[in-house]
Design a protein around this ligand. Sequence first.
Ligand code: ZN
Length: 410
Amino acid sequence: MLSWPDVYMPPALAGINHPTLALFDSYKGKKVEITGEQNSIYVCGITPYDATHMGHAATYLAFDLVYRYLKASGKKVSFVENITDIDDPLLERAARDSQDWQELAASQIDLFREDMTALAVVPPNAYRGVIESMDEIISLVEQMIATGKTYELEGDIYLDSQQVDGAMQDLPLPLEKALVIFKERGGDPERVGKRHALDPLLWKARKGDDPYWSAPFGEGRPGWHIECTAIALKNLPETNPTSITLQAGGSDLVFPHHYMTALQAKALTGIEFASCYSHAGMIGLDGEKMSKSKGNLVFVSTLRQDGVSPALIRLALFADKYSSDRMWSKELLDSADVLLDRLLSAISRQEVAPTNEVVQEIVNALADDLDTPRVFVALSNWCARTEAGQVGGSPGEISRALDTYLGITL
Ligand code: ZN
């Protein structure tokens, strides 16, 4: 799948020390250090039946900070993102709107690329659609079947999760709650004949007029979770002692999607899937969760059409911690605009307050679980020092650092 244009990242300033990046792991409930020199990152992409809303933007911008930080600190990073270009919600939306599902997907993928380009999100090394990855997915399901840990139910193939070490002990929430959320998010816990209610569907046998692919184990299409397991394992280099370094996405993917992706990978490889599982919080509007069903989505493309600059969107979304659930508001944009104006005015001066210290403060804050509110305090204090007439810094250095670490071009 065509990605979007590469983004130039200025190199880090000389003399800046990059502490090891620590990210909060949603399953371990604590921060985990990303220590390796070679890192592999898998970020779950969109299902292309709607354009990029602020929740999407917040997620991709958060993990863009991770990518930028690791690169700036001299680490090697392989980054893969998928696009779920065949899935029930896409087919349902296309049917509802009497639209061809492939046309709908293509139009929304184009819009997503435009939004990512405008927001200066560094593109993945591999941007993989499910359809183009079908051979890899089928081959992974075959390997899963060969382990003897799967079973068939009326042509559908499930993973027998009880055969995976620690499966139920590792559940990130109580079983009763897991069953409810599993059902809400496309699972089938009540299906008669399943060995365990939470067993994930690997392959869905051909039904009705639904699109299907041929596989040695029957015609059909893959389950949602196995798509990401396959794309991650087939496209990222191994990161010992886990399969990959980081599995990332929105917090609505903590369960079941990322849990199941990891469970399937472990069933196959016998080792943990990721060293760290990091999740971005949800974005709401007017006190309510932003969601398709409520119809209260704010789209990146709409803001762009309204003349809001990408730098401002980035700043507004970085005002709060990436992992917190938060509200999108006009006030958020306004206060980001105040900081942006102060920064622009400061770097237009010939003399500015010392910059090495503030860049080091920014780097230290980002290394500590992407603490962007702390970055804001550091920048605001630097503006205040500059406004008070302190000298000794370089305007070029501060604007370069904003570009490198935050993707903000002044
Ligand atoms: Zn995924």
